[in-house]
Design a protein around this ligand. Structure first.
Ligand SMILES: CC(C)(COP(=O)(O)OP(=O)(O)OC[C@H]1O[C@@H](n2cnc3c(N)ncnc32)[C@H](O)[C@@H]1OP(=O)(O)O)[C@@H](O)C(=O)NCCC(=O)NCCS
Length: 349
């Protein structure tokens, strides 16, 4: 008989053994050499107000682990990511379905999540079938998603929307004018790495309606918070700002992944101050970021999310070689409701 219960620190050694098994690690995204201490830390620091890590036990032995991991960002709190792993000796016996089914049910009834999402290797037919049987649908096909057995394999992004969920009506905000000003001469746009002294202008720019419309930013951003963020940034974030006539006109950043299996990929985000939109600043920042990724970091894949109705940003990305990979449903909270986002990527050949 299989029982399900929350994982505790006493299970750390067994969770580590299961997840570091080569056949499990190759699909989970970890390494077979990942240490026990990492698992102890994850279990001890599990944010119980938004996440759940459960195990399946047979005669007291751990045979599977599954997780529901609620997103931290304010405008994505309705989303939880999921993953599951079963001891290879017990594959094909319905253990994963039992664990995932229990978490999906808990998400629907108790957690108030609207969107559950996960990533899976595109050729992992068994897992894809399992997720489909629980109501997940393929939303995007991610090229060169993850390193597996020494080569990059494609991934699928799958999601399940809570059955019967109806989004609230959109609260109509002030129109965001898609200005298209005269282009600035490229020599007037100076691009340099961001620094703590940019805090006040970053806070002001990120809190504008126009930038909030296009990003995950929230209103009333504080200079102090931005100073702390810009001061404490490690090498996983590489940020650039564009300066025009001494003013901060825009900012872009590349975000590296912690996992070595994803070290070929970077996330990308960009904002241009409304006073400078449509003048070539986004173009200059995107070109500089792509150059940084191609020439200095050697990133194979740059990926981003852009709201489905943000035509101008999509045009900018297409111009720089990004291609559409799919559409996430209800990807973020905006104007009082949930909006879809396109996933795009640029692959360096
Ligand atoms: C989207 C954004 C980054 C574009 O930057 P920008 O400085 O306004 O854009 P640029 O003037 O450099 O234009 C570059 C390209 O973007 C596209 N573009 C810009 N404005 C556009 C508009 N009004 N309509 C359609 N396409 C537009 C075009 O492809 C343009 O190239 P082209 O001039 O050769 O046709 C910027 O408007 C912005 O920060 N908006 C708010 C935040 C946001 O949406 N961020 C993106 C998050 S995914």
């Amino acid at each position: 008989m299989i029982t399900l219960r929350a994982i505790t620190i006493d299970d750390a050694t067994d969770v580590h053994r299961l997840c570091a098994h080569a056949e499990v690690a190759r699909f989970l995204g970890g390494l077979p050499t990942d240490g026990l201490d990492g698992w102890k830390k994850r279990i001890l620091e599990l944010p119980h107000d938004r996440a759940s890590l459960i195990g399946a036990f047979e005669d007291g032995t751990l045979i599977g682990v599954a997780m529901l991991d609620g997103q931290l960002r304010a405008r994505r709190k309705h989303i939880a990511r999921m993953w599951v792993a079963v001891d290879p000796a017990r594959w094909g016996r319905g253990v994963a379905k039992q664990m995932m089914g229990a978490l999906v049910d808990a998400a629907d009834r108790w957690w108030a999540f609207v969107r559950l999402e996960l990533d899976v290797h595109a050729d992992h037919a068994r897992a894809v079938a399992l997720y489909r049987s629980l109501g997940f649908e393929v939303e995007a096909e991610k090229r060169c998603d993850m390193l597996r057995d020494g080569r990059l394999v494609d991934g699928l992004h799958m999601a399940r929307i809570r059955p019967g969920f109806t989004p609230p009506e959109e609260l109509v905000g002030p129109p965001v004018i898609a200005r298209r000003g005269p282009k600035l001469s490229p020599t007037r746009i100076r691009v340099r790495p961001h620094r703590p002294d940019d805090a006040a202008e970053m806070a002001a720019m990120q809190g504008t309606d126009s930038v909030m419309e296009g990003t995950f930013a929230t209103p009333f951003q504080s200079e102090r918070e931005w100073r702390a963020r810009l001061t404490g940034m490690d090498a996983s974030v590489r940020g650039l700002v564009a300066i025009v006539d001494g003013k901060l006109a825009g900012s872009a950043a590349l975000f590296a992944h912690a996992s070595p299996r994803l070290s070929h990929a970077c996330g990308f985000g960009i904002s241009v101050h409304p006073d400078f939109q449509g003048c070539g600043v986004g173009d200059a920042l995107t070109a500089a970021t792509c150059e940084l990724a191609d020439r200095w970091i050697g990133a194979k894949r740059i990926q981003l999310e852009v709201y489905a109705d943000n035509e101008r940003a999509q045009a900018l990305y297409r111009k720089h070689g990004f291609e559409l990979e799919g559409t996430q449903r209800y990807a973020a909270f905006r104007r009082g409701t949930y909006c879809d986002a396109r996933m795009m990527s640029r692959i360096r050949e």
